[in-house]
Ligand binder design. Structure first.
Ligand SMILES: [Zn+2]
Length: 293
């Protein structure tokens, strides 16, 4: 039997995406200044063990380890020539774990700079950067593309266009929102309704939020209401952090328990969020509690 497309599936049931990759890799010994993409080549079994932990927890959407996999991000480590190989590999590793009723979500994070006029990059140059990464994720077997943690709607829209130019696969688009003066906005100042509408208009099949700066669990609920209203019946996604981060010395702690996240998940489902997952500070234990809801 052919697997339904992700967009079809999330219109008829609620789905659970996975949680943080970075947090898990740090626990496995990754250094903060290390290139996480390198692990796709040198420590594939560790990458697969994280995917497997989330898959076993009940997550059907498995996100590739390719957040920093664009040429612009890899060049910071002098590894710009590895875009095709490592993104393909990232998708293959997730595919080996996702199984017949899971989906491989090809992850694309911010390119690491600003578009013109704040930065030097033109939209055409950025589209080429994203297209290179997304093509490799598709070749490696991605079932959908996720353009995530975006603070600039223009960058997010270029990412969606890049995906649309190389594949028919569904595109999921998520912003990192922050709260300022009682309102949720991207770092660039765009409010939720405008940001979410821009994502669908650019061709996203599923839109929403992940991460976020200093947002509490109650904030994520408020944010979800605005996302669902802006989506107007189209599929939505929310991947909250495990509560607001708390700085303890050099470390960042996230305090929400699996039970807290399960409670949040049931509230998000009730509001109509189609796909719930986790971002910073979430672990397979959190996702197992969330997937049960
Ligand atoms: Zn995060």
């Amino acid at each position: 039997m052919k697997k339904p497309s992700l967009t079809e599936a999330c219109q008829c049931s609620s789905l659970t995406c996975d949680g943080a990759m970075g947090t898990q890799l740090i626990q496995l010994g990754m250094q903060l200044d290390e290139c996480g993409m390198l692990w796709n080549a040198e420590r594939p079994d560790d990458i697969k063990s994280v995917h497997q932990a989330y898959r076993s927890a009940g997550c059907r959407l498995i996100t590739t380890n390719s957040f920093g996999g664009s040429r612009s991000m890899l060049e910071r480590h002098g590894l710009g020539g590895k875009v095709a190989e490592w993104n393909r590999r990232a998708a293959q590793l997730a595919g080996e774990v996702a199984g017949p009723d899971g989906w491989v979500i090809g992850d694309v994070g911010p390119f690491g700079d600003f578009l013109e006029p704040l930065g030097d990059t033109t939209p055409e140059e950025l589209e080429a950067i994203f297209r290179e990464q997304i093509s490799a994720l598709v070749e490696g077997g991605a079932d959908a593309i996720l353009v995530e943690t975006m603070s600039d709607p223009a960058e997010l829209c270029v990412g969606i266009q890049a995906a649309r130019s190389v594949t028919e696969l569904p595109v999921i688009a998520t912003y990192a929102f922050q709260k300022s003066a009682g309102e949720y906005r991207t770092m660039m100042g765009t409010k939720v309704a405008a940001a979410i509408t821009a994502a669908y208009d650019a061709g996203a099949s599923i839109a929403g939020a992940n991460c976020g700066t200093d947002l509490s669990l109650a904030d994520y609920l408020e944010l979800a209401k605005e996302i669902v209203a802006a989506a107007d019946g189209r599929p939505t996604i929310l991947q909250p952090n495990a509560g607001a981060p708390r700085q303890v010395g050099a470390e960042v702690h996230y305090d929400a328990t699996p039970a807290d996240m399960a409670e949040l998940t049931s509230q998000l489902r009730a509001l109509g969020i189609s796909i719930v997952g986790g971002c910073c500070g979430t672990s397979p234990a959190h996702l197992a509690a969330m997937a049960k809801v």
